[in-house]
Every structure is written in C-alpha cells, then in structure tokens.
Ligand binder design. Structure first.
Ligand code: FPP
Length: 258
C-alpha cells in the first residue's frame, strides 16, 4: 500500500455517514492517545463480569492498533491502568494484572505481523513480577518493529511522572550537574517517560466522560480532544475514522493566531 493512500479493503464496510474520500492522510495525527473507558458499563449492560468487559476491551484495542497501522499512524499511547486504579476491588485488579501478563504473550503474533513496537509508560517496576517479565519479553521481541510504537500506560499517573522528573532534576542540581535557573522545558521533557516521543496530536476518550484522569498531563498541553459516547469495547475502526475526520477539521494554533 503506497504511503498516503488508504487501504479501502480494510475499511470496506463503511457506514453511510463516513466518506472515505474526505480523509486526508497528510493531515493524520502522528500520535494518538486513547483513554479506553467504558468496559465496566459495557459488561453491565450485557450482564457479564467486568473482566469480560476488559477482555472485550483488549479486542477493541487490537482493532484500534491494526487500523492505526493501516493508516500509517506512528504512535499510539493507550491508558490501560492508572496509579489510581489500584483502589478498585482487589479481585478486579488481580484479573487485570493476569490479563496484562497473558495478553502481551497472546498478542505477539499480531504485533509482529503489524510491525508494532511495544513501549511502556508508568511505574512498571512496581507491578507483579510475572507482569514485569511478560512486558520485558514483549519489549525485547518487538524491539526491531518500526511501523507503529504502542506506548502502553500501566501503573501510570501524569502527576507522578512529573514528580519523578522533578526528583531526577533535583538530584542533578544537588550533584552540581545543573543550575536551577538553567532548567528548561527540554530538561523536564527529557526526564518524562515520553522522552523523545512527539506529543499526542489527538486524544480520544470513549464512554462520554470528559476528563483527563491524570493521563499525560504535560504532553496533552496542545492536543486536540475527541470525546465520544461509544463504550470502548464497541469502538471500531470506523469510530477511529470519525475521530480523524473531526481532527482534520481543527485549526491548531498552539496559542498563536494561526
Ligand atoms: C476503563 O474502563 C478501562 C480500564 C481500567 C482498563 C483498560 C484496559 C484495557 C482495555 C486492556 C488493555 C490491554 C492490555 C493487554 C494492556 P472501566 O472499567 O473504568 O469502565 P467503566 O467506567 O464503564 O466501569
């Protein structure tokens, strides 16, 4: 598929409201951040367990990643588990951890086939050993993939990330490596989990919630938001196209006059 053209085969069951000719690959975001919300409500509506809802969420993420690869999006950051999610019932946390460890292994063929490199955001070193091991294997196996980097945020909090960056910079100051008045935005950025990754151009949040929920607080400074009522397990490749159509109409001024 030549660069800049859309794989119409993959998007062949277009709903009537989407005109694929209106999509302009030159205006696609380089980095999409996504808050995958609504798994619990999806499960409740079907009278199945919340774990079933999260499993359906994984399927949705698979489709999302595949569609992003087809569209040539270079980075996706997906919020899988926040630092605040530890306060959920123990059983749900345990089920999520088990799912993370197992799914990274299970998804490996799809990640390799699609050229997806895995990277993690958050305090991964505080996760159960088996989850850490599975993530480390995922990073190693996908290290040479180049089509898309999937930044999975697990045990991630934006405030915590900034606080860690401040600690590291303070250490440099105390060692005499840096003067306080020399600290620039670039110094701070280089200490974040997202160092060397472009800021998200587009943030998608599903399930009708209108919050950032401690996700990428620094990085979302000039990101365009797309909120939809669709619950994450129901979010399809066509919902992604709707988000892109909305995004490409925005005039991004970054605080200037455009
Ligand atoms: C929010 O829905 C969703 C989560 C806390 C978990 C998201 C995780 C995934 C979709 C799986 C990611 C997969 C891998 C392999 C890392 P919610 O439970 O808050 O839904 P609710 O608001 O309807 O209760």
């Amino acid at each position: 598929m030549p660069k800049g053209t859309i794989d119409t085969g993959y998007f062949s069951e277009l709903p009537e409201d989407i005109n694929i000719a209106n999509l302009n690959p030159e205006l696609f975001p380089k980095h999409i951040a996504v808050i995958m919300d609504g798994n619990g409500r999806w499960a409740k509506a079907r009278d199945v367990s919340r774990t079933q809802g999260h499993k359906a969420g994984v399927k949705s993420l698979q489709e999302f990643i595949t569609a992003c690869v087809k569209l040539g999006i270079a980075h996706v950051s997906a919020y899988a588990f926040s630092t605040e999610n530890w306060s959920r019932p123990k059983l749900e946390v345990k089920a999520l951890m088990t799912m993370f460890a197992a799914e990274i292994e299970k998804q490996m063929p799809l990640l390799m086939e699609n050229g997806v490199r895995l990277h993690f955001l958050g305090a991964i070193d505080k996760l159960p050993e088996n989850v850490q091991e599975s993530f480390a294997r995922g990073i190693e196996q996908t290290a040479h993939n180049t089509k898309l980097t999937l930044h999975l945020a697990v045990n991630y909090g934006g405030r915590q990330e900034i606080s860690h960056a401040v600690t590291r910079l303070a250490r440099k100051v105390s060692l005499g490596e840096l003067k306080p008045e020399e600290i620039t935005l670039e110094h701070i950025e280089s200490e974040l989990d997202t160092a060397d990754i472009p800021d998200p151009d587009l943030l998608i949040r599903t399930s009708g919630e209108m919050r950032i929920s401690n996700f990428l607080l620094w990085q979302l400074a000039y990101t365009e938001f797309y909120m939809t009522d669709v619950l994450w397990p129901d979010f399809t490749r066509y919902d992604l196209l709707r988000a892109l159509l909305s995004y490409q109409k925005r005039e991004r001024r970054f605080g200037g006059l455009g």
